[in-house]
Design a binder for this molecule. Structure first.
Ligand SMILES: [Zn+2]
Ligand SMILES: [Zn+2]
Length: 418
């Protein structure tokens, strides 16, 4: 089996990895490069973007744009596999964005044709045997893959972490279903982000609950598809006795999770409690605004609130109209509001207006947890990906494992090393 990382050996966005055996090609992810920063541009990959596709399959680890975002540029007949809930959440997201970003119309057509896999159910493609492994990440329904062909096994981590709500059973599951592997192709997002906190999601939830009790009116800015944080805030608001408000799009996303038959949704955490999240109403005469009646204002004034917001004129307008001394909270990576950085989001910075609390924990694993993870899988070698510093990563881990620093487009043979 050979591996070629077409993109992602020295950048975080837009990873594309190819595993090849006997002319059969298994690709993992086809995402967009992150905004700002250096760009490699369009990829031209035989058996993926053009050429014979009869022995090709593409697996998507999760719905973040840097993993799925560019599939619309691929030939329409390419076979794509992803998790069912991944597909359904992306569908709601694309329907929401299609009027502003036409590429989402294309995305919807692709999503209508994708095939789905299930966690723990091995499937094969040509010589490849593939085991999808459910992982904890800031995207719900995210996967790693154990890929085996030609007697060689590789564990492709996708994006993941060990400090989320769903992380506790991960090691046991790895022990039971994965065991040792020859290679780990591993995300290393946080290697240069030592300050990206890896506080436990459960600790963060307690802090939110405390805040919601203390402050009558809180507005939280977070990614609309950060499902675990969303449900965490919802339950924290319920416990604090504050009404929890989202817009229709955000409620639709939550409903997808609640109504899915994901293995996780048996847990009450992904179900609605005594009160469902309340939907903010649109203004009948002006769809770009929410409807704010006097009785709504009175109710908010009496009970307080937790509002899940995004940076948009509609939310800015709402916050101007409703009562209460609003505590704004940023609950996503703060790189988005640091002026002068590649990821700077001016609209979000303006909505926050400099006055906010920062309450967040990373969607990616920290280096200490990563070492524990490698010790369990005992790989013969590690290949870093989804990182802006493969060199630092190699430096950190080469005391225990060989680290293979690949370059974009370079192909190497993975052999069964004993
Ligand atoms: Zn991700
Ligand atoms: Zn990613």
């Amino acid at each position: 089996m050979k591996i070629k990382i077409h993109r992602g050996t020295d950048q975080i966005g837009g990873c594309v990895t190819e595993y090849e055996n006997n002319g059969w090609r298994l690709f993992v992810d086809y995402g967009e490069e992150l905004p700002g920063g250096f760009k490699t541009g369009e990829l031209h990959v035989e058996g993926l973007t053009h050429g014979d596709l009869s022995k090709t399959v593409l697996l998507i680890t999760h719905y973040h744009g840097d993993h799925i975002g560019s599939i619309t540029k691929l030939p329409k007949n390419i076979p794509i596999y992803m998790g069912e809930v991944t597909r359904d959440i992306q569908m709601v997201l694309s329907n929401h964005l299609k009027s502003k970003i036409p590429a989402h119309n294309e995305m919807i057509k692709f999503l209508q044709k994708v095939q789905t896999f299930k966690a723990g159910k091995i499937f094969s493609f040509g010589p490849f045997s593939i085991l999808p492994v459910t992982v904890d990440h800031s995207a719900f329904d995210a996967y790693a893959f154990r890929i085996e062909a030609d007697g060689v096994s590789a564990y492709h981590t996708g994006d993941f972490r060990l400090h989320g709500f769903r992380s506790s059973k991960f090691f046991k599951m790895l022990e039971q279903y994965i065991g040792k592997v020859d290679y780990v192709v591993c995300e290393a997002t946080n290697i240069l982000r030592p300050n990206a906190t890896s506080k436990k999601e459960s600790t963060l939830q307690r802090e939110f609950e405390y805040l919601f009790k203390e402050k009558k009116s809180t507005v939280v800015y977070l990614s609309s598809t950060n499902i675990d944080r969303l449900f965490s805030l919802y339950h924290a608001a319920l416990r604090a006795g504050r009404p929890f408000y989202v817009d229709k799009y955000q409620k639709d996303i939550m409903d997808v999770v609640v109504n899915s038959k994901s293995m996780w949704t048996k847990s009450p955490f992904y179900q609605y409690g005594k009160y469902e999240p309340e939907e903010l109403m649109y203004n009948k005469f002006d769809k770009n605004r929410f409807f704010v009646s006097d009785s709504f204002k009175e109710y908010l004034d009496k009970k307080g609130y937790v509002i899940i917001a995004r940076s948009s004129e509609r939310f800015d307008d709402l916050l101007e109209q409703i009562p209460g001394e609003k505590q704004k909270v940023l609950s996503m990576w703060d790189g988005y509001v640091k002026e002068g950085t590649d990821a700077y989001n001016e609209n979000l910075a303006n909505s926050l207006d400099g006055e906010y609390d920062y309450m967040h924990t990373s969607g990616h694993i920290d280096m200490k947890d990563l070492r524990r993870f490698f010790r369990l899988l005992q790989p013969k070698a590690i290949i870093p990906i989804h990182t802006d510093s493969p060199e630092q990563f190699a430096k950190l881990f080469c005391d225990e494992w060989p680290v293979i620093r690949l370059y974009d487009g370079q192909s190497i043979s993975l052999t069964s090393i004993s």
